[in-house]
Design a protein around this ligand. Structure first.
Ligand SMILES: CCCCCCCCCCCC(=O)SCCNC(=O)CCNC(=O)[C@H](O)C(C)(C)COP(=O)(O)OP(=O)(O)OC[C@H]1O[C@@H](n2cnc3c(N)ncnc32)[C@H](O)[C@@H]1OP(=O)(O)O
Length: 194
């Protein structure tokens, strides 16, 4: 029987992540992988408009401003929105490994409330890799990269092939994404090589 562990601690045999030689340089803005993405898409009116930059090694930083549309409690960010920001930030790490990966498991600590109008500074890195499994961690700080920690998360991403999206997504969006004139974006979405 295949017993799935829910632990986010990398198992024995996991190895350190390897930054792809063609990964964007540290400091480089990654841009959106898909313009309708809720996390990073610039054409997504309801989205977080997360701006993510490559860091050293297999790490990224990101920034997002909590808007009124992101509220749960009055004047405070919804926890699910904050989890989405952490998820999206860790999702961007695949571009530094040059693999496509989706979230299998995400575990979030909400440390302090995040008011509307806050600039949330996120950072994430890959902790370890084992086969298709990518173990990552992320932190979100209030007001600046050294501000107080508001949220943190650990996650397990699973590497997939482009067929994952073609088999499960709707053809209209897949075709629209493929015909995006921004070829870097198309490559991020569909042509990354393991
Ligand atoms: C176009 C845009 C591009 C760019 C795409 C970038 C998108 C970024 C967006 C942010 C990220 C997201 O929100 S992504 C969206 C949210 N996530 C999803 O929709 C994923 C939905 N789930 C799935 O499609 C599937 O369950 C998969 C792909 C995750 C796994 O299915 P699979 O491929 O059949 O693999 P499977 O054999 O089951 O699992 C492989 C190994 O991982 C382990 N494993 C699998 N799932 C889990 C899990 N939840 N918790 C623990 N462990 C797990 C298994 O035990 C196994 O370990 P072992 O036996 O090998 O030890």
């Amino acid at each position: 029987m295949n017993v799935r562990t829910t632990s986010l601690t990398p198992p024995a045999g996991a190895i350190a992540p390897v930054r792809h030689p063609d990964a964007p340089a540290p400091g480089e803005l990654l841009g959106a992988h898909y313009d309708q993405c809720f996390g990073c898409g610039e054409a997504q009116p309801h989205g977080l408009h997360l701006a993510t930059r490559a860091g050293e090694g297999v790490s990224v930083t990101a920034r997002f401003t909590v808007k009124a549309a992101h509220q749960g409690a009055p004047g405070l960010a919804h926890g699910g929105v904050l989890a989405a920001a952490l998820d999206e930030t860790m999702g961007a790490l695949g571009w530094l490994l040059r693999v496509i990966a989706v979230t299998g498991r995400l575990e979030t600590d909400f440390v302090r409330p995040v008011p509307v109008d806050t600039d949330l500074y996120l950072d994430a890195h890959v902790v370890a890799v084992r086969g298709r499994k990518i173990y990552s961690t992320a932190t979100g700080r209030i007001g600046g990269p050294d501000g107080p920690v508001a949220v943190r998360a650990d996650a397990l991403f699973i590497e997939v092939k482009v067929d994952h999206f073609i088999a499960n997504g709707r053809p209209e969006e897949i075709n629209a994404a493929l015909s995006d004139p921004d070829q870097v974006k198309v490559a991020r979405a569909f042509e990354v090589n393991p």
